[in-house]
Design a protein around this ligand. Structure first.
Ligand code: CA
Length: 224
């Protein structure tokens, strides 16, 4: 899961970026409206956290333009305390949720999880595929009740393919959703990560669809 964080306050940005990385998200940070505009239009984010008071272009204008261009990622806006008109403008511009500053990081992470769930049409907080389970609240996964140990990148990969299970996901799509923009992206490394994941969750859950990508499905006989 890859998140765009738009925040001009360097302290808040640093703290939030750390919290998001600790929760195993890939994070790109935009410190102003112009950079946000560009990144939101060129990179496929799973969700966006958007501060509204920004240098260069304000957050509401950025969001309006994104939506006009067809950008459909869920957007959580950060607004100033008691600025109800800002919230209204934000929702009207296409925001999906909001948080008032100052906020608790835990609440922000919970709202983000809810947004990501809704974006893929899910209501259950725990993802499951047969005996394979993943709980984004604790960033933990298990197979048939046995916890499995995953690195941050393996977890991110599993989270993404579990969110999109049953569908073929190309390597390019995985690269775009697992790495931040500064990462040295090489789609060959995806194969390595899929290989490591197979060792941990069982060899047959992730199918390689020749020339197209990967698909996660329950094992034969397992319930969805
Ligand atoms: Ca600000």
């Amino acid at each position: 899961m890859r998140i765009l964080l738009v925040e001009d306050d360097p302290d808040i940005a640093r703290q939030l970026k750390q919290a998001l990385s600790d929760a195993s998200y890939a994070v790109d940070h935009a410190p102003d409206g112009e950079e946000a505009q560009f990144l939101g239009e060129t990179e496929p984010y799973d969700a966006v956290i958007l501060d509204l008071g920004l240098p260069k272009i304000d957050g509401v204008s950025v969001l309006e333009r994104w939506r006009r261009e067809g950008m459909s990622s869920p957007v959580l806006i950060l607004t100033a305390r008691d600025a109800w008109s800002e919230k209204v403008a934000g929702f009207d511009a296409g925001a999906d949720d909001y948080l008032t500053k100052p906020y608790h990081t835990e609440e922000l992470l919970a709202r983000l999880r809810a947004l990501l769930r809704r974006a893929t049409g899910r209501s259950q907080p725990v993802l499951s595929c047969g005996g394979l389970r993943l709980d984004p609240r604790a960033a933990r996964a298990s197979v048939n009740g046995e916890p499995i140990r995953l690195t941050s990148l393996e977890y991110r990969l599993l989270h993404y393919i579990m969110m999109h299970q049953g569908r073929v996901i190309s390597r390019t799509e995985l690269v775009e959703h697992l790495y931040d923009q500064d990462f040295d992206r090489d789609s060959n490394t995806i194969e390595v990560f899929v290989g490591r994941l197979r060792k941990k969750i069982g060899p047959d859950r992730i199918e390689t669809v020749r020339g197209l990508g990967y698909r996660l499905s329950p094992l034969p006989g397992e319930a969805e």
